[in-house]
Design a protein around this ligand. Structure first.
Ligand SMILES: Nc1ncnc2c1ncn2[C@@H]1O[C@H](COP(=O)(O)OP(=O)(O)OP(=O)(O)O)[C@@H](O)[C@H]1O
Ligand SMILES: [Mg+2]
Length: 273
């Protein structure tokens, strides 16, 4: 049976987990000067005439350098911005996708070396997290634009076809795995670029509704259908469509209450399972 790979490409930190058919999971460990770490800083460091370094090693190299090169961080927060298409680093032009590709390629290479899997192959399908709304996205088109740029970078990094999942849904899924009863929960995903607040129904009933059997590929088929059918999407992904993202830091402190109010109101309209 296949294993599943989960990639969280974060604004500040990234990580990769491998889920086995027996429901066990393990985090990929990345090289750092102080041994291995599960947390991979989503940064790039350039010095003239040297290949870019990424992740924990990039931070270490930057700190150790007497003459500082160029440290690039928070790339994810520019995905939705049409103003950032490319930048010149020591005489070479890089698109935003190019820069993200360098990070993703290193993540993939280290994950594959550790696990012996090929990320995105039919034996090791890969799920990639995405925020409900990207930071600096002001419309659905901006969100799609951000996602299309991330897709391009994923492809260029040599990662096979991916399935995207909302980041708060992934968090809810983890919490749900600990439950023996149904709950309506609010997930607060406080990220470096976006904070998402979502109301979701979780527990054995919700789990039963979306897992017809133990075949991973059947779940994936349902997941794909759920994305294309609005009614099923509501049923499958619980109240993920009610998620609200707090994009504007000025309103950040108001987001939890506002989201809850909106979500409860919308929840009353949602078709019952
Ligand atoms: N152990 C920690 N102690 C203190 N602050 C932390 C810790 N881990 C993360 N943070 C801070 O919390 C914020 C969110 O970190 P996190 O790694 O969750 O963001 P991210 O997943 O990279 O961002 P996003 O999900 O928005 O893309 C960041 O500003 C980060 O610096
Ligand atoms: Mg995150």
């Amino acid at each position: 049976m296949r294993v599943g790979i989960g990639l969280d490409f974060g604004t500040t930190n990234s990580s990769i987990a491998i889920a086995r058919p027996d429901r066990s999971s393990e985090a990929v460990l990345f090289a750092s000067g102080e041994g291995k770490t599960e947390t991979y800083r989503s940064v790039l460091y350039f010095e003239p005439k040297s290949p870019a370094t990424t992740g924990p090693l990039a931070i270490e190299r930057y700190l150790a350098a007497d003459e500082k090169g160029r440290l690039i961080q928070s790339l994810k927060s520019f995905l939705a911005s049409r103003l950032f298409t490319s930048t010149n680093v020591f005489g070479r032009q890089y698109t935003l996708e190019d820069l993200i590709t360098i990070i993703l390629r290193d993540l993939r290479t280290q994950a594959e070396a550790q696990s012996g899997l090929m990320a995105g192959s039919s034996d090791a399908p890969i799920v990639v997290g995405r925020p409900v709304r990207y930071s600096n996205a002001n419309s659905a088109e901006d969100n799609e634009f951000a996602l299309s740029r991330l897709k391009k970078a994923i492809e260029k990094a040599g990662i096979g076809p991916v399935v995207f999942e909302f980041e708060p849904v992934a968090a809810a899924y983890f919490y749900e795995s600990t439950l023996d009863h149904d709950e309506l929960i609010m997930i607060g995903d406080f990220g470096g670029g976006t904070s998402d607040f979502s109301l979701l129904r979780v527990g054995p009933s919700a789990r039963r509704d979306r897992e017809p059997d133990t075949e991973l590929h059947r779940q994936w088929q349902r997941q794909t259908r759920a994305r294309t059918d609005p009614t099923r999407r509501l049923q499958f992904s619980l109240e993920q469509t009610l998620s609200r993202s707090c994009r504007d830091r000025r309103w950040e402190h108001r987001c939890p209450r506002r989201s809850l109010r909106l979500s409860l109101r919308d929840s009353a309209r949602a078709p019952s399972r």
